[in-house]
Design a protein around this ligand. Structure first.
Ligand code: SAM
Length: 367
């Protein structure tokens, strides 16, 4: 509990967290932002870390009702990047000082797929070693639900961070956005598997889902705390015109006009509650506001994911409508982002992995 002037910013209970997330007085929102920024500086420093995002396959066995690349979306041209395309994109990152990459794809658990990803990680790790990056690029994976044995193979191949969003920690809401075959319990179990394997574990939710309330988002934050997660990649839910969720009968409780404010408050309150984890200012934020990512940084985020997917494939990886950065080359993206980061008084830390301070501290306290 902390006092700023006469306004008390309390985040010790579910109700207090929900009330911060519902705040719409601009002065109070600004106070929350400032406090989150101070907590960021104290626990993580002011650096911003890049993870070059390579979306290497849009084939997906899942059928999430909100996602543009869901299995049943017949409009999508399915693609797989070749090994050379993936490795070239990764090596471009290494050469340009991005200390880390994220390899993301649709859901696939086939033997061939896991072996392919392992080979890609091994090759990238080996070929990205340099004076600046003595241990090669840091590799984060975002390839969905897998068995513990496969997580172990991917970790052994050299990936050390993994992002698997829970999407919402509310079981009932989860059921309204996924088919029955996709279970909430399995997703939670996968997060546990990732932890046991040794990964730095990231999760996250979408905010502004039909039927979702600020109380549910408060529960999400408590879920992150309970799961002791190391990183967060969250973002607003944005409609995709060829998905079932666009026709959902549930009303939006968080009004579309409030979505930016709630998105930023989610980042800030996560920073207040979770303190030393890494939090991404995601691309989806930029879809709802042209300077959404910068705003995300000023509300407590410290990670940005520049787009590295080869331009020709990006239109086939549209998770939602109006996804930004569809045409920008890697170079344009690099320049644009460093200007965006600079515009909020922050600096990109090049050639660093930028691991989660929370994960490091857990390791130190065990020794
Ligand atoms: N298949 C992997 C998984 O499930 O973790 C990774 C790929 S999946 C496309 C990456 C993320 O995209 C999901 O976790 C989801 O939160 C986000 N996403 C999908 N559709 C979205 C939408 N309409 N609006 C906002 N985010 C969306």
């Amino acid at each position: 509990m902390v006092n700023i002037m006469n306004y008390e910013i309390k985040y010790d209970t579910r109700d207090n967290i929900a009330s911060l997330l519902s705040e719409n007085n601009p002065e109070k929102v600004e106070l929350i932002r400032k406090m989150a920024h101070d907590v960021l500086l104290e626990n993580c420093g002011s650096g911003v870390y890049y993870r070059g995002l390579i979306e290497f396959s849009n084939r997906c066995v899942s059928d999430c009702y909100y996602c543009g690349i869901r299995r049943s979306n017949a409009d999508v041209n399915r693609f797989d990047l070749t090994m050379d395309e993936i490795v070239d994109s990764a090596l471009w990152c290494a050469k340009n000082g991005y200390g880390s990459i994220v390899l993301q794809s649709g859901e696939n658990s086939s033997r061939d797929f896991i072996d392919f990803v392992c080979r890609a990680v091994e090759t990238i790790k080996k070929r990205s070693v340099s004076e600046e990056l003595p241990n090669g690029l840091g590799v984060t994976l975002c390839i969905g639900e897998q068995s513990e044995a496969d997580y172990a193979k991917l970790f052994a191949a050299g990936a050390h961070r993994y992002l698997l969003r829970i999407e919402t920690s509310n079981r009932e809401l989860f059921k309204t956005i996924h088919p029955e075959a996709q279970s909430f319990d399995n997703r939670v179990e996968c997060l546990r598997r990732l932890k046991r394997t040794g990964f730095q574990v990231g999760t996250g939710v979408m905010y502004g889902l039909p039927g979702q309330t600020c109380q549910m988002l408060a529960d999400d934050i408590l879920f992150f705390k309970d799961m002791d997660i190391d990183m967060l990649g969250m973002g607003p839910y944005i409609r995709h015109s060829s998905t079932p969720l666009k026709k959902n009968k549930n009303q939006f409780i968080i009004e579309r006009d409030d979505l930016l404010r709630v998105s930023l408050l989610m980042i800030a309150v996560c920073r207040l509650v979770l303190k030393d984890i890494n939090i991404a200012a995601t691309t989806a934020l930029q879809t709802i506001d042209p300077t959404g990512r910068e705003k995300g940084l000023s509300f407590g985020a410290n990670v940005v994911m520049p787009q590295l997917t080869p331009v020709d494939y990006r239109k086939s990886y549209l998770l939602y409508d109006n996804k930004p950065c569809q045409e920008d080359t890697k170079e344009e993206c690099k320049n644009c982002l460093s200007a965006r980061v600079g515009s909020v008084g922050r600096e990109v830390h090049y050639n660093e992995w930028g691991d989660s301070p929370h994960f490091k501290r857990k390791g130190e306290s065990k020794n």
